[in-house]
Design a protein around this ligand. Structure first.
Ligand code: HEM
Length: 444
């Protein structure tokens, strides 16, 4: 069991020599829960491996993306290296810290969290490889592990949230998002069974569109909104912002992510369009909330992590513009659909998570390495544990990579899509080198 650490200046790492000032690498008043750092670390190590594997996979599937063939098993396999391997594993790892530190909800069971990790993380690799290679045995074994991992994680998170001392928008968002993760799993299992049997026939596209919106918006974007509500003010040193937007974001995103699949699966266009309208409103509220924090920030210069998060939000906005066009043209319009999902998933969600990773992981690594060395000689700051210059190069590689990949897919330019994928892979490798440097302890 972990203990929640409360926010008092006395618990902050010493500002002069440690993280400046305390909190998840930002300016608030929260310090890491040291007894779940190992748990978070195993999640983050695995998610980093999956980011690199997924990025290498992008180079491989770039021509298929440019051809608009999003129903290819290769595309589905690589997609899940990102969605389950990078995004979901990182969220699970971050929650090991967020629940005790930010919500006053110690993890119900650290042992169950480890068990969830050791079933989920290997399961993702088997599942993605099984889908990509069209191996029924492999994807069935993989999904069994993935499902056990998700059920354990959802049960553990749910039990922890019952004891939370803080019951605010972040708490509500974590509950909503984990609920949508469970629905994602159900839609996913239907789609997987369909790959073997074809039992949903012409409904495949509608179920797929429902699955990916429940997953991306319900699981990832709602989680991002809730977590940013708590962490952005700390990262930006933003006090006194108007926080009313978050309620609109959570209500509209939730309503939209329920209405859209109902509209798609019943074939009632009006309900599907209502869903789109609600989702657009929800994304707009989320962006307004982030802007409200940004407007009152004390820290004027954005550090590497915040630049990635800002880029993620910009891509999310671009994807929200494309969404209605995709629905108007029909979900079967491959090129546009691929550009839409690439912009939202790779640009919006994946890059936003890279940004928060940059904020959280160096602080945890710093705490693990230096907390007992404070006052016993020179200790680097958190910012000195990675290179800001490499982070800037990584930023442009990844941002340009998403732009070229989405453009190449939208315009059917295979070379452009492949260039984008190579750039994105370059960015992922630089990112991995930064994290290796953190672990090995080199600093500038
Ligand atoms: C929870 C376990 C999951 C399972 C079992 C699963 C299963 C599947 C399957 C079988 C497909 C291919 C459908 C087809 O081609 O007919 C698919 C597609 C997709 N899934 Fe998942 N999924 C899961 C989680 C997620 C998550 C968490 C996300 C996003 C955050 C996600 C996003 C997507 C996307 C974007 C596609 C479309 C990829 C393509 O074009 O082939 N999935 N999923």
């Amino acid at each position: 069991m972990t203990t929640a650490e409360t926010a008092t200046p006395a618990t902050r790492p010493a500002a002069a020599i440690g993280p400046r000032p305390g909190g998840f690498g930002g300016g608030g008043a929260m310090t890491p829960a040291t007894n779940s750092i190992g748990l978070a670390a195993e999640h983050f190590a695995a998610s980093m491996l999956y980011l690199v594997a997924g990025s290498a996979g992008l180079v491989w599937i770039a021509p298929e993306l440019a051809a608009g063939t999003f129903l290819s098993p290769h595309v589905a396999g690589v997609t899940h290296l990102f969605t389950l391997g990078w995004i979901t594993t990182t969220i699970f790892g971050a929650l090991c810290q967020l629940l005790p530190v930010a919500l006053g909800a110690p993890l119900r069971s650290v042992r169950v969290a480890h068990a969830s990790f050791w079933t989920f993380a290997p399961g993702v690799g088997l599942f993605a490889t099984g889908i990509a290679s069209s191996s029924t045995t492999l994807h069935n074994v993989g999904i069994s592990f993935v499902a056990v991992g998700i059920v354990l994680a959802v049960a553990n998170i749910g039990a922890s949230l019952r004891t939370a001392r803080m019951r605010d928008a972040t708490w509500a968002a974590v509950i909503l998002a984990t609920g949508f993760l469970s629905s994602t799993l159900l839609f996913g299992i239907i789609l997987l069974h369909n790959l073997d049997t074809g039992f949903i026939a012409q409904w495949r596209l509608h179920v797929l569109a429902s699955h990916l919106h429940v997953a991306i918006v319900g699981w990832a974007v709602i989680m991002m909104s809730g977590v940013s509500y708590r962490l952005l003010p700390m990262f930006l040193l933003a006090h006194g912002a108007d926080t009313r937007w978050i309620r609109g974001a959570l209500v509209l995103l939730t309503a939209g992510v329920v209405a859209l699949p109902i509209g798609l699966l019943t074939g009632v266009a009006l309900v599907a369009w209502l869903g789109v309208l609600l989702l657009e409103g929800g994304v707009a509220c989320f962006l307004c909330q982030a802007l409200a924090f940004h407007r009152v920030r004390v820290r004027k210069q954005l550090d590497p992590g915040l630049r990635f998060a800002a880029a993620g939000l910009a891509f999310l906005a671009a994807s929200a513009v494309l969404g209605p066009v995709v629905l108007a043209r029909g979900v079967g319009h491959g090129h546009l659909a691929v550009a839409y999902v690439a912009t939202g998933l790779l640009g919006g969600v994946a890059l936003f998570i890279v940004g928060f990773f940059y904020k959280i992981v160096p602080l945890l690594a710093w705490t693990a390495r230096y907390r007992n060395k404070m006052g016993k000689g020179k200790v680097p700051t958190v910012a000195e544990t990675y290179s800001a210059r490499v982070a800037t190069v990584q930023f442009w590689f990844m941002v340009l990579g998403v732009v070229l990949l989405a453009t190449g897919a939208g315009a059917a330019w295979a070379h452009v899509a492949r260039c984008g994928a190579v750039l994105f892979l370059g960015g992922a490798l630089l990112f991995a080198s930064q994290m290796a440097r953190l672990v090995l302890g080199g600093h500038s």
